[in-house]
Design a binder for this molecule. Structure first.
Ligand code: G5P
Ligand code: MG
Length: 225
């Protein structure tokens, strides 16, 4: 049996974590777990976690560590024996330590994207809430304006992409991420990528992963909604 591969992708809001994660999941057959998608799904379903998370996300704040850790570690527990990729978790040092107590990551990707680029991207982003599918009116627009490609449902903007929440999210990211990045650097597993275009960064990430892990058949890939 191939060795399990465990990875995480970090980066500020709008840095392309979701876009790149989907490419990684498709190309390398990793199970994809996005903390943001789980929270949005919880909000859409009005779960206890979702209702609580909404009050933080609307204000551009992080959801408390104990909530995130419980949510994500319980998802990982169901994936024993699988290779996986975490998107958006861990985000704080406390979350990274909780994860570290149970799993040793093989690789962490950190995306460094200029602030102006992030601002432009996020104000153009629309999503399909039921599936978490993400569109960008310039980069990957839906086939019919305002409608999801698969279901035809109306697209919406995240509460967190509205201007007041967005500024707070970008400011907060840097200070909270620094100790997490330092931790993974000290473990020798951090790989940073800089640029303004996902399509230009992607070949480097693709080639890094190709050398780090054995390619798995695409049909082992599963994504969160
Ligand atoms: P999320 O959902 O994890 P964020 O804020 O980290 O949210 P976000 O907004 O999901 O990050 P992303 O995944 O990094 O961004 O980026 P993306 O969605 O792939 O790309 C952004 C947009 O740019 C898209 O429209 C995409 O099509 C476009 N794009 C990509 N590449 C390019 C390009 O090259 N060119 C152009 N023009 N466009 C491009 O978390 C949401 C909230 O949940 C809570 C927090 O409150 C968080 O704010 N949360 C947590 N709280 C505590 N701890 C945790 N672990 C938490 N996880 C989530
Ligand atoms: Mg995302």
């Amino acid at each position: 049996m191939a060795k399990l591969f465990r990875a995480a992708i970090m980066g500020p809001p709008g840095s392309g974590k979701g876009t790149i994660s989907k490419r990684i999941a498709q190309n390398f057959g990793l199970q994809y777990l996005s903390s943001g998608n789980y929270l949005r799904q919880g909000m859409a379903d009005n779960t206890e976690t979702g209702v609580m998370a909404k009050t933080y996300i609307e204000r551009g704040m992080l959801v408390p560590d104990h909530v995130m850790t419980r949510l994500m570690l319980s998802k990982l527990e169901q994936l024993s024996g699988h290779s996986w990729l975490l998107d958006g978790f861990p985000r704080t040092l406390a979350q990274a330590q909780a994860l570290n107590n149970l799993y040793q990551l093989d690789l962490v990707i950190s995306l460094n994207i200029p602030y102006e680029t992030l601002k432009e991207r996020l104000s153009d982003r629309w999503i399909h809430p039921a599936s978490g599918r993400v569109y960008n009116m310039g980069f990957n627009p839906p086939r019919v304006q305002g409608k999801d490609d698969i279901t035809g449902d109306p697209l919406i903007q995240h509460d967190g992409d509205k201007p007041e929440a967005l500024m707070a999210r970008l400011r907060h990211y840097k200070e909270v991420a620094k100790p997490v990045i330092d931790l993974y650097k000290s473990q020798g597993i951090l790989h940073s990528f800089s640029g303004t275009e996902t399509d230009r960064i992607w070949p480097y990430i693709n080639s890094l992963l190709s050398t780090k892990m054995q390619t798995l058949p695409a049909d082992t890939c599963q994504q969160t909604p």
